[in-house]
Design a protein around this ligand. Structure first.
Ligand SMILES: [Mn+2]
Length: 235
């Protein structure tokens, strides 16, 4: 049976720079007609959250719980990113995973048939599943100070954030590094993987071909950047 799925990442909800509010109704509607819904990390952003982290984690969990309740025929998979990796939120995800039958989560990736889904913050040399969790927990991933918010908001206002994603992460380099990570985890093309869905780079990619794999990324719902829900089908 063919199942309809959606992949959404990098909403950066809870931050001042996110414009995710304009997409939430579309996301709910997409979930309502899907059998599988994959959240690909940085859906919430506790590093740049405008409210205290405990409260932010509570709101995030409530939003997920409601969505899963509204769409009982859809299976939700929440994959962690670097901005939503926070102890308070992980505690909530563990609860949700236990209490909500159609919601599961993972630090790392999800494989469904010939497709793999992950956040994509695996670009450093030698990153493994174990070191990923450790990297995301480092002190520079703490919540930001007020002056840092102001500097970042000014950069967004001046559009300084727009060219950054490309220069930091040229597409070919990114997909090569993601493939290297997946190969190490046993999910290279030789294992039957044909499509990889990821986020983190804040740039829309559709069917980007590299070494027999199609790479897809949905951008970010941040002012001035493109964002899209990616639809897919699984057998
Ligand atoms: Mn990220």
């Amino acid at each position: 049976m063919v199942q309809a799925g959606c992949f959404v990442s990098d909403l950066h909800l809870l931050t001042a720079r996110s414009n995710a509010a304009r997409y939430l109704a579309t996301i709910r509607a997409a979930a309502a007609r899907s059998q599988v819904f994959v959240f690909g990390g940085d859906v919430f952003d506790f590093r740049w959250a405008r409210i205290p982290v405990e409260q932010a984690a509570e709101e995030a969990a409530l939003w997920l719980r409601q969505l899963a309740g509204e769409c009982p025929r859809c299976r939700f998979h929440y994959l962690m990113g670097n901005h939503d990796h926070h102890e308070a939120f992980i505690d909530r995800l563990i609860e949700l995973d236990r209490d909500v039958s159609n919601l599961a989560w993972d630090h790392d990736y999800l494989r469904l048939g010939s497709k793999v889904f992950l956040h994509g913050d695996v670009l450093g040399r030698g990153v493994t599943a174990e070191s990923l969790v450790e990297l995301r927990s480092r002190p520079h991933h703490r919540e930001r100070e007020l002056w840092e918010h102001q500097v970042y908001d000014l950069a967004v206002f001046a559009r300084l954030h727009k060219p950054a994603p490309y220069f930091l992460h040229p597409t070919r380099v990114v997909v090569r590094k993601i493939l290297r990570y997946l190969r190490r985890a046993g999910h290279g093309p030789e294992s039957g993987v044909r499509d990889v869905y990821f986020g983190h780079i804040h740039r829309v990619l559709s069917n980007y071909q590299y070494r027999g794999i199609r790479f897809h990324s949905g951008g970010a719902s941040i002012r001035g950047l493109r964002f899209q829900i990616i639809e897919f089908q699984v057998q």
